[in-house]
Write a protein that binds this ligand. Structure first.
Ligand code: GDP
Length: 310
């Protein structure tokens, strides 16, 4: 069963890891958000791509919630000593990823091909495709004005309320993304922030392609990142409210209605199931918390089984 999963760097990344663990090698393709990407110290950093890559390689630091396991911080400390910016923390192993990637892109190779070479070096069978090869940068408007995403997310620790979101750059999908969507038999929208993780992916032409697949009878299954009205990590709940949506599984389902054909909500939100079904979505109520590898595989299997059900 050829499966395409859309992911950001936490919830969607965890479900992607679960899908990779339960599907035969080669059946899964992950499309990751690149709106979080940023240049730091002259290097291209791709936080969502790298979270998925480290997870699929078994190298993600689940305790810290980001980055590579067993990190050391020698380079960062050295940069700080020189007076370089130090609020965007990068570990030594992580720096190796950014150095290799940036050097290969500078040689003129496409980002999709370059990151695939990194994934292969880490033994990852699943292609992790950037949503676009051209630079796309998410920006958020706060009461202070427009901010680059990482300024808001890391430097200001998601403190200010977000009033508006925009995606600067060229959102054209790559040939690899087009082929994967065209070949998909199941499409999964992971439990990532619908505004700034899935939002950038859907802001471009990919949305119409996915809609076309759904209309053609391919299941497009979205998993709620909001559980019991809150985000398990990050600002998705506050962002939904400040942008005029409801911070609930139902609120997320409304955002995806017209695109998704099916929706997975957590057991604690079971009372919202009729409202979600009323949007025309097939529903599955299950435990969506992925506490460990077993939890990730369990939810992945539940989603696949649900997708395959008539
Ligand atoms: P980011 O790129 O690091 O901002 O991460 P994502 O956008 O991929 O993920 C953030 C969202 O993941 C939050 O809304 C969380 O509620 C959600 N999330 C994290 N872990 C889980 C989980 O185990 N289950 C579900 N259903 N959602 C989760």
């Amino acid at each position: 069963m050829r499966v395409v999963a859309l992911a950001g760097g936490t919830g969607g990344a965890k479900l992607a890891e679960g899908l990779a663990a339960v599907l035969p090698p080669g059946d899964l393709t992950v499309i990751v958000n690149t709106g979080d990407d940023t240049e730091r110290h002259g290097l291209l950093v791709m936080p969502d791509h790298d979270a998925v890559m480290y997870m699929l390689a078994g190298r993600f630091d689940f305790e810290r919630g980001w980055g590579h396991v067993d990190e050391t911080w020698t380079v960062m400390d050295g940069l700080a000593e020189y007076g370089e910016e130090a609020w965007f923390r990068l570990g030594d192993r992580d720096f190796a990823t950014h150095i290799a990637r940036s050097a290969r892109i500078r040689e003129g190779r496409a980002p999709t091909e370059v990151v695939r070479s990194l994934q292969e070096a880490l033994g990852i069978a699943t292609p992790i495709l950037p949503m676009a090869d051209a630079a796309v940068r998410t920006q958020v408007r706060t009461d202070e004005g427009w901010l680059d995403f990482q300024e808001y997310f890391v430097h200001l620790r998601q403190g200010p309320d977000v009033r508006e979101v925009r995606f600067a750059g060229d959102l054209s999908p790559t040939p690899q993304v087009l082929d994967a969507v065209e070949a998909a038999e199941v499409i999964v929208i992971g439990p990532s922030n619908p505004i700034v993780s899935i939002g950038p992916i859907l802001a471009g032409p990919i949305r119409a392609l996915l809609e076309g697949r759904g209309t053609a009878g391919i299941p497009v299954v979205a998993v709620s990142p909001i559980v019991g009205g809150v985000a398990l990590k990050g600002p998705a709940d506050r962002m939904l409210v400040s942008l005029g949506h409801e911070s609930s599984a139902r609120g997320v389902a409304r955002l995806y209605s017209g695109l998704a054909t099916a929706f997975v909500l957590d057991t604690v939100d079971a009372t919202q199931e009729p409202d979600v079904a009323a949007l025309g979505l097939r529903t599955l109520v299950t435990d969506t918390i992925m506490a460990d590898a077993a939890g990730r595989a369990r939810l992945a299997l539940a989603v696949l089984e649900f997708a395959g059900r008539p």
